[in-house]
Design a protein around this ligand. Structure first.
Ligand code: BGC
Length: 726
């Protein structure tokens, strides 16, 4: 029997109770009929289950955050991490993991960028599909968040995003649409913000017209925590489960509204049925770790760690971190010789206490942490000397901080510079503090902390090669030290395996596998949305439209520090013989093939990226957009014929006149390369019109609340209708 079959037996009050949680993390049970509650738990890069005792978290594997995971450009690896998270959730008895986050990095300032894969919607969707497939394959649900347009933390619970429909669909909804179609997540979480004046939690166009009617989604829509402001409006709009629970307050509102005839009982049934369907999909139960006598507040025992798969998952976390590490600059100093006689100065508090994740609801208490200091010391022994260099603040992984009487900032820096001056090579590990990569706040600039910048500037001026390892959840600026650095390695927030990964890459035991999934700008002023951020009078206008990330820098032909897709290997690759074949012109099916050869002297990996441009369009389109990629690993001298397929949507844009994806007939440029600005070959193909130009509007005016129409900006008066959605 399925739980959905219980629906006719539930009273109105029982049905209403399914529409809100039981406390912070549970759905409500109906014991009379044997309906269990299920547990929701934060992800997305590790499991955050609260023990109920002083917010102490149960240990779990801290994998690279979604941003770092995306930098691997490795679908299979992301799927493996998703599966491992699923296995840990199942072992702990968590049935729905609150992730992945798939919001677009509109601005590098957003405090939660470490939780999101990319500035590019196609890549974001790709990562989400791999993650959700892995997680749900383990029998645990994914809750993809935050739907939609939650691209800043400032004022996140009420800011109204003003974006036209094309921008919403091409950038901010695209990854959700893809994951819904290709991975069928069991739940979606609505965002806190408003869109065109209406809260996402009560946005009928978003939650019903687009999500249900167009995309055919049949999973549960969960509110972000406390994102419900008007219970009845959210039920009518298509929200199913309000979280956290309200101790019956909003359940009673639902019952009264049905009894008063202001809410149709069928709306309650619809939401209750979806929640019952979710309970059917998961395997309710405590999980083996809890069943084995685990008590809130306990450390995990050896057998509980074994039940969690902690050893294997730590190894996976380290492998994923290695694959995420992105080498953006190397004048030849790397890799260091592990067996040579070089004296290596390791500098930086973050080498001892690494930045492995960001702050907020995504925080994980790791099972253990490999530090760069320990890993490099194990490999280099006496050849390594360490200096703190700058003070580190709060730990992001709950390691007790011994409040030592630290020397002053000046003394720390002086000691480090003195050590560096008597060494043969310097490795400086720097990064953003936890507060800069955290939920509920945005950064105000892109620089590293001033004491670190000052230290790097002094180190860069020495006559000793300087390797800078940056641990940050989002792009940082690199002036004035950049040009004085011999190498720059970005770790992102790479999780608990970061220490071994850094040592492996610095010493050449592993090739740096990562590529940038966001542009590194030269300055904050260059970035999209810089002028209007973070909005005013409750509104943030997405005036740049679809020109976000590399689409913005390319449209303006603006110099950047490092472009989207960039990342160096320790070897080199040649691209030859690009063929772009139109397999089915009407359907827009196109196959790209190119021969990639490892022209260097060691094994390494390359991410072959495919970009599409439509230079002669009726609308303004980005110069090029990522539409496919393949990661290949080749031995020295080895080569492979790489195949990347493109499909109809890859050539289309959203036609605002009909709210629909449309392929305009004509010529398209297909480019292949190693980054968005390192294109190695391109071809022009011709495709016919997609025949989808005359589709009538899917969003009639009357369906979109007047205050939900974009451009209702900066006024408290009535919105102008019919501008963005004719
Ligand atoms: C966050 C969500 C998170 C939820 C539960 C909210 O504040 O925005 O991402 O899943 O809390 O912790």
């Amino acid at each position: 029997m399925s739980f959905v079959d219980l629906l006719p037996e539930l009273s109105l009050a029982e049905k209403a109770s399914l529409l809100s949680g039981d406390g912070d993390w549970w759905t409500q049970a109906v014991p009379r009929l044997g309906l269990p509650s299920i547990e929701l738990g934060d992800g997305p890069h590790g499991l955050r289950t609260e023990t109920g005792v002083d917010m102490v978290w149960v240990p779990s594997t801290c994998f690279p955050t979604l941003s770092a995971l995306a930098a691997t450009w490795d679908r299979e690896l992301v799927r493996e991490v998703g599966a491992a998270l699923g296995a840990e959730a199942a072992a702990m008895g968590v049935h729905l993991v609150l992730g992945p986050g798939v919001n677009i990095k509109r601005t590098p300032l957003c405090g939660r960028n470490f939780e999101y894969p990319s500035e590019d919607p196609w890549l974001t969707g790709d990562v989400a599909v791999a993650y959700v497939t892995g997680l749900q394959g383990a029998g645990v649900g994914a809750c993809v968040k935050h739907f939609a347009a939650n691209n800043q933390e400032t004022d996140r619970t009420r800011i109204s995003v003003e974006a036209d429909e094309r921008t919403l669909r091409e950038l901010y909804l695209a990854a959700f649409e893809r994951v819904v179609h290709e991975a069928d997540p069991w739940a979606l979480m609505c965002s806190y913000n408003r869109i065109g004046g209406t809260y996402a939690s009560a946005h009928r166009w978003l939650l019903t017209t687009v999500l249900r009617e167009e995309w055919g989604y049949d999973g549960v829509v969960v509110s972000d925590w406390d994102a419900v402001h008007d219970k009845l409006a959210t039920v009518r709009a298509g929200l199913d489960l309000e979280m956290p629970g309200t101790q019956g307050r909003t359940d009673a509102q639902v019952v009264q509204a049905v009894q008063a005839g202001t809410l149709d009982e069928s709306e309650v049934d619809r939401a209750a049925r979806r929640v019952l369907h979710l309970v059917d999909r998961v395997r309710p139960g405590p999980g083996v770790v809890r069943a084995s006598g685990y008590r809130p507040g306990d450390e995990l025992t050896a057998s509980q760690l074994a039940a969690l798969g902690a050893d294997a998952h730590h190894a996976l976390a380290r492998r994923a971190a290695t694959s995420a590490l992105t080498l953006v600059r190397n004048t030849g100093v790397l890799p260091l010789d592990p067996h040579g006689s070089q004296r290596v100065a390791l500098i930086g508090g973050y080498a001892r206490l690494p930045r492995i994740q960001g702050g907020g609801s995504a925080g994980v208490r790791p099972t253990w942490v490999d530090t760069p200091l320990e890993a490099l010391r194990a490999a280099l022994g006496d050849r390594l000397a360490f200096a703190e260099g700058y003070p580190v603040g709060e730990s992001d992984y709950y390691q007790e901080q011994v409040p030592a009487a630290l020397p002053s900032v000046g003394q720390l820096a002086d000691e480090a510079v003195a050590l560096a001056a008597r060494s043969d090579v310097v490795v400086a590990v720097v990064g953003l503090p936890l507060a800069a990569d955290s939920e509920a706040a945005d950064r105000t600039d892109l620089a590293l902390p001033a004491d670190q910048v000052a230290l790097l500037t002094r180190l860069a001026a020495l006559d000793v090669p300087l390797v800078v390892v940056v641990s940050a959840g989002a792009a940082v600026t690199m002036d004035p030290w950049h040009d004085g650095a011999a190498a720059v390695l970005l770790t992102g927030l790479a999780g608990q395996g970061v220490g071994g990964a850094v040592a492996d890459v610095l010493l050449g035991a592993a090739d740096p596998g990562g590529r940038l999934t966001e542009t590194y700008p030269l300055s904050l002023a260059d970035t999209p949305g810089a002028i209007g951020f973070p909005g005013e009078r409750g509104h943030i206008v997405y005036g740049e439209g679809v020109f976000v990330g590399y689409r913005w820098y390319d449209a303006l032909d603006r110099a950047v520090r490092y472009p989207f897709g960039h990342g160096l290997s320790y070897t080199t690759f040649a691209y030859d013989d690009l063929r772009v074949d139109v397999l089915d012109a009407a359907a827009g099916r196109v196959r790209c093939t190119v021969t990639v050869t490892n022209t260097g002297s060691r094994r390494g990996s390359e991410v072959v990226q495919v970009y599409v441009g439509d230079p002669l369009s009726a609308v303004h389109r980005p110069v090029r957009e990522l539409k496919g990629y393949a990661k290949v690993t080749l031995e020295a001298g080895g080569s492979e014929r790489v195949v990347v397929d493109l499909a109809g949507r890859d050539f289309s844009y959203v036609d605002a006149a009909c709210g629909r994806w449309r392929r305009e007939g004509g010529q398209f440029v297909v480019s292949i390369g190693s980054s968005s600005r390192d294109l190695r070959a391109s071809a022009v193909i011709e495709l016919p019109d997609g025949g989808d130009a005359t589709v009538p509007a899917l969003v009639p005016d009357e369906e979109m609340p007047t205050d939900a129409v974009p451009w209702a900006v900066g006024t408290d008066g009535p919105a102008r209708t019919g501008v963005a959605v004719p």
